[in-house]
Design a protein around this ligand. Structure first.
Ligand code: AMP
Ligand code: ZN
Length: 469
C-alpha cells in the first residue's frame, strides 16, 4: 500500500499525495524554550522523526522545518497570562536570550539522545520578526484586522471558515457567555497579531512596526516561518492535540487570510498526550519528568523511545516507571538476540527479507502504526526459517526507520574491564555532567552498560554494580 495519514481536517485516514511529486514540505511546531522539554513534549518530536523517516523510506525528499519559540508565547494560548520566556528570565535572573539559548541547547541534547534527526531548517522567532510584520501587513491589507487598545487583532468574523480544524461553530462561539480578560477584543476568539500596549510594561524584547513599537503575537510566528521556508501552501503541519483549538486554528485563519489560498496545509497531523497518573504533564505547573531524570534513574533514552513506539501516536499514553521497565526489558532482549545473531552470522552478509519488509512498510504506511511495526520486528528476529545473516540484514532496515539504535548497541564488549577503569570512567562522567555535556556523560554510561555495569546516581555520588541478569 502507499502511505496514508490521519488528517485532523476531515478526521479520516487519507492517502498521502504531496503537492510536488517526490517532495514533501513539513512544518512541526517546535519548543517554547523557557524550560527543559518534558517527556510529553518529546513525544511530539519522536512522532515528527518517525514521520520524516517513513516519508524518506517511501521515496520522498523531505524539507522539515522546526521553529524555536523564543518570544511571545503566553501561559494561556489565547493571549491570556504572562509571557513564558519573560517569567523564566525573571526567575533565573538571566536575559530572555540567555534563557532561550540554554534551553534550546538542552532541547537538542535531548532530541539527539532520542535519536531524533535534526530538522532541515531550525528557525528562531526572534530572528524572523521582519517576516512576521510583512505577513501581518498582508493580513491587514486584505481587511481582516482591527486596532484596539493599541494592539492589532485578527477579526475572526471576517474569516467564515474559522474553526474548521477544531470543528468549532462560529455561531456558538459568538453566543457563548465567556469571561475574557482582554476587553479590547471584539470577539473573544479574536487574537493578537501585534502587541504595542503591552500588558508587560517593561517587555524585554520589542521591535518597531507600522503599528508602533511592540512584539508579535505567538501564532503569527509559525505562519510567517513556514510560509517563508515552505511556500504559501505546503504538505504537512504537525503538533500536539492541544494546538488544534487555538494555535493551529489561528495559524490557518491568518495564513489563508494573508495569501487568499486555501487550504494552506494539506495534512494536519496531531499527537495525543502523554499523561501522568495524576493527569496532564505541564511545564507551567512544574509537575513534569525530563529525559535527564529518566537517564539519572538508569534508563537508556532509547528505552523511552521504545516505550513511545509501543503505542499509536493518536492514543493517549499514561506514563509509569513500570511500563518503562517493560520497554527497557523488551529493547534489551532485542539487543541481546541481535548480538547472538550477529555472532552466528559472522562475516556472512545477508539479504533483507522482502516479505517482512513489506509487512513492516504496510504497518508504517498505515498511519504510522508503530505497534504493528514492532510486532513485525519481533516476528522476524525470532523466525527460525530465516538465516541469522538475513535476519540481521532485515532488522538493520527496520531499525533505520524505527530509530531504536538496536544495530549500534548490539556489539560485544571488546575487552574486559576492571574496577579502576570503572572508577576512572565514573569520574570522567561526573566531570562531563558538571560541564553540562550530557551527551558525553551518556556515552560513558552506555559504554559501562556494555560491560554489564549499571550506574546509580545518588545525592552523594555515583555508585555501580554488575548487572548479572
Ligand atoms: P511547547 O514547548 O509547550 O510549545 O510544546 C511543544 C510540543 O509538545 C507541542 O507540539 C505540544 O503540543 C506538545 N505537547 C505538550 N505537552 C504534551 C504532552 N503531555 N504529551 C504530548 N505532547 C505534548
Ligand atoms: Zn506553531
Amino acid at each position: 500500500m502507499a502511505l496514508a495519514l490521519f488528517n485532523t481536517i476531515g478526521r479520516t485516514v487519507k492517502p498521502f499525495i504531496s503537492l510536488v511529486p517526490g517532495k514533501v514540505g513539513f512544518y512541526g511546531c517546535g519548543p517554547t524554550v523557557y524550560d527543559y522539554a518534558h517527556i510529553g513534549n518529546l513525544r511530539a518530536y519522536v512522532l515528527h522523526d518517525i514521520l520524516v523517516r517513513t516519508l524518506i523510506r517511501a521515496g520522498f525528499s523531505v524539507t522539515y522545518v522546526m521553529n524555536i519559540t523564543d518570544i511571545g508565547h503566553l501561559s494561556g494560548d489565547n493571549d491570556t497570562g504572562n509571557d513564558k520566556m519573560i517569567n523564566s528570565a525573571i526567575v533565573s535572573g538571566k536575559s530572555v536570550l540567555e534563557v532561550a539559548d540554554f534551553y534550546t541547547q538542552a532541547f537538542f541534547t535531548d532530541t539527539e539522545r532520542l535519536g531524533i534527526m535534526k530538522p532541515t531548517i531550525v528557525c528562531k522567532a526572534t530572528e524572523h520578526v521582519a517576516d512576521m510584520i510583512a505577513l501581518i501587513q498582508r493580513i491587514e491589507a486584505a481587511g481582516y484586522t482591527y486596532c484596539s487598545g493599541g494592539n492589532l487583532y485578527f477579526d475572526i468574523t471576517k474569516f467564515p471558515s474559522y474553526g474548521t480544524l477544531a470543528r468549532l461553530r462560529l455561531d456558538e462561539l459568538r453566543a457563548g457567555v465567556r469571561i475574557d480578560i482582554d476587553k479590547n477584543k471584539h470577539n473573544s476568539q479574536d487574537f493578537v497579531l501585534w502587541f504595542t500596549k503591552s500588558k508587560f510594561e517593561n517587555h524585554a524584547l520589542t521591535w518597531d512596526s507600522p503599528w508602533g513599537r511592540g512584539y508579535p503575537g505567538w501564532h503569527i510566528e509559525c505562519s510567517a516561518m513556514s510560509i517563508k521556508y515552505l511556500g504559501e501552501q505546503f504538505d504537512i503541519h504537525a503538533g500536539g492535540i492541544d494546538h488544534i483549538p487555538v494555535h493551529h486554528t489561528n495559524e490557518i485563519a491568518q495564513s489563508e487570510a494573508a495569501t487568499g489560498k486555501s487550504p494552506w496545509v494539506q495534512y494536519w497531523v496531531h499527537n495525543e498526550f502523554l499523561v501522568l497518573d495524576k493527569g496532564k504533564m505541564s511545564k507551567t505547573s512544574g509537575d513534569f519528568i525530563t529525559l535527564q531524570m529518566l537517564v539519572d534513574a538508569g534508563y537508556h533514552p532509547m528505552d523511552y523511545r521504545y516505550f513511545l513506539l509501543g503505542a499509536h501516536y493518536r492514543s493517549q499514553i499514561q506514563f509509569s516507571y513500570q511500563a518503562l521497565d517493560g520497554a527497557r526489558n523488551a529493547r534489551k532482549s532485542l539487543v541481546d538476540k541481535l548480538l547472538l545473531l550477529k555472532e552466528k552470522a559472522g562475516s556472512t552478509s545477508g539479504t533483507p527479507s522482502q516479505a517482512y519488509l513489506a509487512s513492516f512498510d504496510n504497518a508504517m504506511e498505515n498511519d504510522l502504526s508503530t505497534p504493528r511495526a514492532l510486532a513485525v520486528l519481533w516476528t522476524v528476529i525470532r523466525d527460525p526459517k530465516l538465516s541469522a545473516a538475513d535476519i540481521v540484514a532485515t532488522v538493520a532496515v527496520i531499525d533505520g526507520i524505527l530509530g531504536l539504535q538496536l544495530m549500534a548497541d548490539s556489539v560485544a564488549a571488546p575487552v574486559a574491564i576492571d574496577a579502576a577503569r570503572i572508577e576512572a570512567l565514573i569520574a570522567e562522567r561526573t566531570e562531563a555532567k558538571e560541564q553540562k555535556d550530557f551527551v558525553k556523560a551518556d556515552c560513558i554510561r552506555q559504554e559501562l552498560n556494555k560491560y554489564g555495569i549499571v550506574l546509580t546516581d545518588t545525592p552523594t555520588g555515583t555508585t555501580w554494580r554488575i548487572d548479572i541478569l
